[in-house]
Design a protein around this ligand. Structure first.
Ligand code: 5GP
Length: 141
C-alpha cells in the first residue's frame, strides 16, 4: 500500500488551506459537508491524524471516528427527518476510494429514494452552509 500523502484534499481542509462547511470537531475528529452530496445532508467524518484509510489507521482514531459518526448520524436523522442512515467507507482504489485520507460517509436516507451517483454535481455553497448550520444546532442541542 502507498504511503500517506500529506498533500491530499482533506489534509488541506484540516490545515485550513481549503474551505469546508464544518459540522463538528473534537480533539481527534472533524466532520464537514461533502461538496458533491450523494444525498441531502451528506457528511464526511475524518480523523485528524494522518492515515490513508482503515488499513493503516490507529485503532484509537477509528474508535474516535465511530463516536463522531454516531453523533452526526443522530443529528442528521433529526435534522433531515431521515428514515434511515447509510454509512459508507472505501479502502484503496480497488475498494472505491478516491481521496486518500480516511473518511466515512454519513448519508441520510428516505424510503424509496436512491443514492445519487458519486461525484456527479457540486452543491451550491449556500445550501451546504445552511445544512451545516442546521446540523451544528442539532449537535449542540
Ligand atoms: P471516496 O470516493 O474517496 O470514498 O469519497 C471522496 C468524497 O470526497 C466524495 O464523496 C467527494 O464528493 C468528496 N470530495 C471531493 N473533493 C472534496 C472537497 O474538496 N471538499 C469536500 N467537502 N468534499 C470533497
Amino acid at each position: 500500500m502507498a504511503a500517506y500523502d500529506p498533500k491530499n484534499i482533506f489534509a488541506a481542509i484540516l490545515k485550513g488551506q481549503l474551505p469546508s462547511h464544518k459540522v463538528y470537531e473534537d480533539e481527534l475528529t472533524y466532520a464537514f459537508m461533502d461538496i458533491m452530496p450523494r444525498a441531502e445532508g451528506h457528511v464526511l467524518v475524518i480523523p485528524k491524524a494522518p492515515s490513508r484509510n482503515i488499513l493503516d489507521m490507529e485503532p484509537e482514531d477509528l474508535a474516535a471516528v465511530a463516536r463522531t459518526i454516531k453523533k452526526v448520524a443522530l443529528a442528521a436523522r433529526e435534522t433531515f427527518k431521515a428514515d434511515g442512515i447509510t454509512i459508507l467507507q472505501a479502502n484503496e482504489s480497488a475498494g472505491g476510494q478516491v481521496v486518500f485520507h480516511t473518511h466515512f460517509h454519513v448519508l441520510p436516507r428516505w424510503n424509496g429514494v436512491p443514492l445519487r451517483p458519486a461525484a456527479q454535481e457540486v452543491e451550491k455553497p449556500d445550501v451546504l452552509a445552511a445544512q451545516a448550520e442546521q446540523l451544528r444546532k442539532a449537535l449542540d442541542g
